[in-house]
Design a protein around this ligand. Structure first.
Ligand code: MMA
Ligand code: CA
Length: 344
């Protein structure tokens, strides 16, 4: 407890009046002591306050440090988790890549298998085609034989007039399956008594000299009848050989032209950009032969043709206006003309 300074002075004053100088000095000393004590107390208080503040600061700092270290740990934990996730993602990616590689391998294996299968299919197809062609050729030969026999039969019938014309040909022969066009159904009026010698090629020319008075003009659907033959006017880009096969697939063959009338009739149906016909000079240059083996007894060449131009021209086309031109056999022509014999 501090005393009011004025009270001390008053007391001093009173004591001055009442007391001696020794007492005054003592009083002064006391006062000084009290003053110092007060100051000391103040100092101590200030120091205590400071210490308290410091302590508080220390606590806060410690708290902050622990908070920061906790955050740091959490951050570290997060980082670790991130890293492990990253590693996991990397692993997954590697797995996906490996899977992709495996799939690629499988894919290439599959495409190889597919190529193999395709090749097999092509082989099978060409084998089938070859077999079919071989069968067709045999059939043509067979029909040639039948035709010979038929001629012989007709000759024999001519010698024995008892046989009536209706019974001369079994109906089955008139409707020989597949290729009736290749049949020579009659003997020419000037036929010798013995069987005539037929062309040595497998092809048999169409003979139109049928029984006098008979109406042989029956054609399959989409075929046009003209003078006892049926004609099919194919459309669609084809090389000469493809046109030939297209006709044989339709049980016919590329046309042979033997008269101006036939030429005029065909010219009405020719493709405007040209159509393949059954004439070519493949074996001997300049020696044109009809595919049915018949002789070249009529022609309608464009002036200047055949000229065997360019890389060589061995196949004959009818130009859009009817005249003929020898052309490169691999040219794709839009038109091709087939024929077969009309049935009676
Ligand atoms: C074409 C081709 C030949 C033909 C000539 C006529 C350029 O070649 O069609 O076959 O002989 O034309 O000019
Ligand atoms: Ca030509």
């Amino acid at each position: 407890m501090e005393e009011h300074p004025y009270s001390d002075v008053l007391k001093l004053h009173r004591r001055r009046r009442c007391c001696r100088p020794g007492v005054l000095t003592a009083l002064l000393a006391l006062m000084m002591t009290a003053l110092w004590a007060g100051l000391l107390t103040l100092l101590l208080l200030w120091r205590w306050d400071t210490v308290q503040n410091l302590k508080q600061l220390e606590d806060t700092a410690a708290l902050n440090i622990s908070q920061v270290s906790k955050d740091l740990e959490r951050y570290k934990g997060d980082q670790m988790a991130g890293r492990s996730q990253e590693a996991q993602a990397l692993q997954t990616m590697e797995e996906i890549q490996a899977e992709q590689r495996r799939m690629k391998d499988q894919d290439s294996e599959l495409s190889q298998d597919l190529d193999g299968l395709r090749e097999d299919l092509t082989n099978l197809k060409s084998q089938g085609l070859n077999e079919r062609r071989a069968a067709l050729t045999s059939l043509e030969k067979l029909q040639e034989e039948v035709s010979k026999l038929w001629v012989e039969l007709r000759v024999a019938n001519a010698r024995t007039p008892k046989v009536t014309p209706g019974k001369m040909l079994p109906p089955t022969l008139l409707t020989v399956p597949l290729v009736p066009t290749t049949m020579s159904t009659t003997v020419p009026a000037t036929a010798p008594a013995t069987a005539p010698t037929l062309v040595s090629t497998t092809a048999v020319p169409l003979s139109l000299s049928s029984t006098p008075g008979s109406m042989c003009d029956t054609c399959p659907e989409e075929w046009v009848s003209f003078q006892r033959k049926c004609y099919y006017f194919g459309e669609g880009a084809k090389r000469w050989i493809q046109a030939r096969y297209a006709c044989s697939d339709l049980h016919g063959r590329l046309v042979s032209i033997h008269s101006q009338e036939e030429q005029d009739f065909l010219a009405k149906y020719v493709n405007k950009k040209g159509s393949w016909i059954g004439l070519r000079d493949l074996n001997i240059e300049g020696e044109f032969v009809w595919m049915d083996g018949s002789t070249l007894d009529y022609s309608n060449w464009r002036p200047g043709e055949p000229n065997n131009g360019g890389e060589g021209e061995d196949c004959v086309m009818m130009l859009g206006f009817g005249q003929w031109n020898d052309a490169f056999c691999n040219t794709h022509l839009e038109g091709w003309m087939c024929e077969r014999l009309a049935t009676c």
